[in-house]
Design a protein around this ligand. Sequence first.
Ligand code: ZN
Length: 216
Amino acid sequence: MTDPLTLHPPTTLLSALCACIKTEIHPLSAAAVAQGSKLFGAAILRKSNLSTIIAHTNQEGTSPLWHGETWTITQFFAIPETKRPHVSECIFLTTHEPCSLCLSAILWAGFDNFVYMYTYEETHAVFECHGDLDIFNEVFHVAEGDARQASLDGREKQVRPQYKLRSGRLVATSFAELLAAIEDGNVQKEYVGLVEGVKRSYGRLSEAYRRNMGVE
Ligand SMILES: [Zn+2]
């Protein structure tokens, strides 16, 4: 398992991951939402230099299983083996905390990490997407734990059903944790602004998405 913070400083990670969402995932999501798909996207980046290997977005217009993450993983493995890095050399980025389907897909594909921007709670509030925590609650009966990643600054404590955020298999890191890892207060403020800007901009897609889903 790899903690991305052992590879790069939090500011380097946030700059690269925000740029990837803004310039690569967002345009794909906007186009897919306009055609009736749901929101949310993912990207796979090289651990070494944080360059994007592939970015994609939800394709539920084709199949209910093609969430942003599952579709991106499928497209990654469509790249010939000689032309893509091994999964152990990659960081998995997702716009939102992955649902139980995608969390499992990331694991089964062999990735040892993922980093996400919106928490389940934010996904629920901003996009009216209720399924993630509901499934953990009603089907998996996951024990409640300390949701240390639930707030933007990484400090707010909430209790919720909790998958294991750190294990021998996988490390899950939120943008909130990356922000909390910035030691200089002024620099941290600057990056909080950067993340809020990306969230605001991506969040504007929620209007068209809600229309597609028939949610007022
Ligand atoms: Zn999913």
